[in-house]
Design a protein around this ligand. Sequence first.
Ligand code: CMC
Length: 435
Amino acid sequence: MAPETRTKPIQDQIDLEFEGKRVTLPVVKGSEAEAAIDIAKLRSSTGLITLDPGYGNTGSCYSGITFIDGEKGILRYRGYPIEQLAERSSFLEVAWLLIQGELPSQSQLANFQQLIVRHTMLHEDMRRFFTALPKDAHPMPVCAAAIGALATFYQRQEDEQFRHDVAVRLIAKMPTIAAWSYKHSIGQPVLYPRNDLPYASNFLRMMFGTPCEDYVVDPVVAKALDLLLILHADHEQNCSTSTVRMVGSSRANLFASISAGISALWGPLHGGANQEVIEMLEAIEAEGGNVDRFMQRAKDKNDTTRLMGFGHRVYKSYDPRAAILKRTCKEVIGRVGGSSRLLEIAIKLEEIALRDEYFVSRKLYPNVDFYSGVIYKAIGIPVNMFTVLFAIGRLPGWIAHWMELRNDPASKINRPRQIYTGPKERPYVALEARR
Ligand code: CMC
């Protein structure tokens, strides 16, 4: 299903000497001229390993899916700029692009959409799965568990066709799982998907409709949601994607790997940040909207407060996704009303931060989460579903990375090393002799 990883030829080399042992390490270059020292021979030749907690300087793989230049604020899926995809494509088109490597033809896209529509329903037995969980469960672990549980319904021997089938089923069923996890949390009956609705509209209807009253989807809202999904669809080797690849490297199946990715995304420093942004904006509003006081706290080293939605491990300039969302935010609020006070506070915070020496010197700019939460809030998505929406969007990216890993004949089980800092060898002390 996925195209083969294209590796690049060796461009240069670096000589290294440690305690009299020498090694020549190749420098490899990617298609955008980013360079890396290939250290595969480092340990066997010198006994050294590299140490990079948080992996800020470590390339874990070759990948042909997404290119980011964090200094210049560039994001491209399979070579296509995010701005153009956001303007002209749809989420399912982007999903195909990420997984297959090329934009679909009209008939390929039509067939793909048809396939997705045919697989949106969950096995009826899965309904009991939701009811077994506590009512106040956060929908993220519910989704992670539901995706893991889906594996039990698909236990065929894994081959190319099976992987393709699973990928389609995951993309098709994810909105149903997400909406059902929400319905369960509010004690309402679930709604079955409707095959005549496009992807985002189908999800919105399952979220907000009831058996007593159908939900009429506003096309502006559906378009905004589709855009949000496109913008979240991939972001190269981020925490959750690296998790998917890490789990997949043991040859674990796609369900297990995606379930792990959802769990990683749940963390407040990753996908959970947009929920924290809204909570931050609401807290500022509740305290009278004093943005200056909040900014002082965000800069204070003795205060744990951070300006959520600001800063990024990779972007050291404006996140291009945040720029697109800032415009959409104004459009959506103009259409559906509400939350304009939160948007005003967000814009004020941004204005201050972009002039403030603390943020400027640390290259902290708005990231995708800064405005996404304001849009979700405006269209009525409850705060605890924000990260779930991120997961629906990120799913094709996770799948594309998992497929890329599986199609790479050179891929190995991921197994980093460490620098041990614990006690040296010591003899066991008998229990009665211990204090
Ligand atoms: N507010 C205030 N100070 C900050 C912030 C912030 N949002 N982000 C970073 N800093 C400071 C940090 O205190 C440190 O200062 P100093 O050098 O004086 O110690 C410096 O900037 C570098 O921060 P870091 O934590 O070492 O940077 P990182 O690359 O490890 O972390 C980050 C990146 C995204 C985790 C961090 O910027 C952060 O916590 N931001 C807020 C949470 C957030 O918005 N997360 C969403 C990320 S985008 C979604 C995604 O792709 O997953």
